[in-house]
Design a protein around this ligand. Structure first.
Ligand code: ATR
Length: 273
């Protein structure tokens, strides 16, 4: 029987099995998708298993998103630019790497009714997640993108890689159409991305925090209280998974509202909204 996995270390908190098993159920397919704890030293061994066996695809999370590339036979154009792989398709042992984070991000904004074409965008954070977000925004026609990050050198490097602007966090103003937090600061207790939204600036950008746990970060709450339309990153997570499933199973699922409803129901059952 065809097998699908998500590999990472640690992996027990991954929500990928919940999403992919909902997709497999929806498609009525008898395949399995499970989480596999694979440490750095076990990656080569796992690849041998894929080449020789009935693994048809797998997702890749930290710490393997870059290391996995050395084992692949082919990578998508988006992988070269983003610099990381989150999805692998294996056809008779030949492995192709993709990054579906950008597609997940684009679909999340599209579904929220946010128009990217011609938009002025500000991004907080300059890590791996920011690369997928910027790739998507440029592809979708954003007019102007400025990066703000605690560590200036990382903002400068990211901005140079993508041909966008960067500024010091101290220079931040909410004057933009779309504001996105990609920093992981608030995933940790008491963390703060260092950006505050003034009460009376008059600017009401659409605000995304790609974090979905907690469901509403301090940053997102502040934006909502300032009257901004907001969304967390749960739909980005869901849509990057749906895109991976499209690649593996050869079906169109991104616009399927019934599938999305079923996945949201699964998340609601475990208290994630
Ligand atoms: P990811 O792949 O999720 O983007 P990452 O590459 O480790 O993870 O990047 C984390 C991002 O969150 C970085 O932009 C980081 O800022 P630095 O470049 O200054 O490290 C940002 N970040 C994490 N903790 C932060 C904090 N407490 N304050 C501000 N930014 C923080």
């Amino acid at each position: 029987m065809d097998k699908f996995y998500v590999i990472g270390d640690p992996i027990k908190h991954s929500h990928s099995p919940l999403i992919h098993n909902a997709i497999l159920d929806f498609l009525g397919m008898g395949q399995t998708y499970t989480a596999r704890q694979i440490g750095q030293e076990e990656l080569a061994c796992f690849i041998n298993e894929v080449r020789g066996g009935d693994v048809k695809g797998f997702n890749v999370t930290a710490p393997h998103k870059i290391a996995i590339m050395q084992y692949l036979d082919e990578i998508g154009a988006e992988v070269e630019k983003i610099g990381a792989v989150n999805t692998v398709r294996s056809i008779e042992g030949r492995m192709v790497g993709y990054n579906t984070d950008a597609d997940g991000f684009s679909q999340m904004l599209k579904r929220a009714g946010v128009r990217v074409t011609g938009a002025k965008v500000k991004i907080i954070g300059a890590g791996g997640a920011a690369r997928g977000v910027i790739y998507a925004l440029l592809r979708d026609g954003a007019e102007e993108i400025t990066v703000y990050n605690r560590t200036q050198e990382k903002a400068a490097k990211l901005a140079a890689d993508f041909g966008v602007d960067y500024e010091l966090p101290e220079a931040f103003t909410p004057e933009c159409d779309i504001l996105i937090n990609t920093s992981s600061a608030e995933m940790f207790e008491g963390g703060n991305n260092g950006i505050d939204l003034p009460e009376d600036s008059g600017f009401k950008p659409n605000v995304t925090d790609i974090i979905y746990l907690p469901p509403e970060t301090r940053f997102l709450k502040q934006a909502r209280e300032r009257g901004c339309q907001t969304q967390n990153g749960l739909n980005m997570l869901i849509f990057q998974a749906i895109r991976a499933a499209e690649i593996w199973h050869g079906v169109d699922l991104m616009e399927n509202e019934e599938l999305l409803r079923r996945i949201h129901k699964k998340f609601a059952e475990i208290g994630v909204v």
